[in-house]
Ligand binder design. Structure first.
Ligand code: ZN
Length: 205
C-alpha cells in the first residue's frame, strides 16, 4: 500500500496491529477519524489511555477489576473451594451469564502455544499452582477451549498439581472440539459445567 503521507502510514500501521483489522480496514478507520472533528480523536485516545492506565487485574484470579480483588473473589456468596480455570476474561463473562457456576475463577491470560511463542511462564499458571499448594482449593475445573493448545495447557497444569490433594475436572464436551467458550450458547455452556467429568477420564476419550 502506497501512502502520500508518512503520518497517515504510521497511523494505519498502528491501527492494523489490532486483531481482525487488516490494512484496508485500518485505512478506512483512520480516514474516518480524519473526517471527524479533532476532538473526537482526542476523546478516543484519552479513553484508551485512561483504560490502559487505570484498569486493574484482580490479584487473586487476574480478572479485570476496579479494585485489588474483583467482585467475584470478594463476594461472600461464592464457593471458594472450586476454581474454574479459563483462558481469558471473556470466558468469565460467558460462564457468569449462565448463572450455573458459583465458585471462583482463575484467568490464565491465554493458552500454551509454542507456534505463537507463548510458553507456560507467559501465563498466570504459577499463581494457580500456588493456590492449589496452599490447600484451599478442593476442585479445579478446566474450562479451556477444546483445541490442541487448550488440551496442552490443561495437561501442563494437571502435571503441576497432580501430586496435591485436588480433584480435577473438565467441562463436558457439549462444546464441540475447537469451539471457543465465548461462542457457546448459555444453556450448552451452563450444562457443560454442571455435567463436568473427571479430567483423567477426559484423557482416555
Ligand atoms: Zn478475582
Amino acid at each position: 500500500m502506497e501512502f502520500s503521507s508518512k503520518l497517515l502510514e504510521q497511523a494505519v500501521n498502528e491501527m492494523s496491529q489490532l486483531p481482525g483489522i487488516g490494512k484496508r480496514t485500518a485505512l478506512r478507520l483512520v480516514l474516518h477519524l480524519l473526517r471527524q472533528p479533532k476532538e473526537q480523536t482526542l476523546v478516543l485516545s484519552n479513553a484508551l489511555q485512561h483504560m490502559r492506565n487505570e484498569v486493574k487485574f484482580c490479584k487473586s484470579c487476574h480478572n479485570i477489576s476496579d479494585n485489588e480483588l474483583c467482585e467475584i473473589c470478594s463476594s461472600h456468596n461464592r464457593n471458594t473451594e472450586i476454581v474454574c480455570v479459563v483462558e481469558d476474561i471473556r470466558d468469565v463473562m460467558a460462564i457468569e451469564n449462565t448463572s450455573s457456576f458459583k465458585g471462583l475463577y482463575h484467568v490464565l491470560g491465554g493458552k500454551i502455544s509454542p507456534m505463537d511463542g507463548i510458553g507456560p511462564h507467559d501465563l498466570n499458571i504459577d499463581s494457580l499452582v500456588k493456590k492449589v499448594r496452599e490447600g484451599t482449593v478442593k476442585e479445579l475445573i478446566f474450562a479451556l477451549s477444546s483445541t490442541m493448545e487448550g488440551d496442552t495447557t490443561n495437561f501442563y497444569i494437571f502435571k503441576q498439581i497432580q501430586d496435591y490433594n485436588v480433584f480435577t475436572s473438565t467441562i463436558a464436551r457439549g462444546i464441540s472440539v475447537g469451539d471457543e467458550l465465548e461462542y457457546a450458547d448459555e444453556i450448552t455452556l451452563g450444562r457443560s459445567i454442571v455435567n463436568r467429568i473427571p479430567f483423567e477420564t477426559s484423557l482416555k476419550l
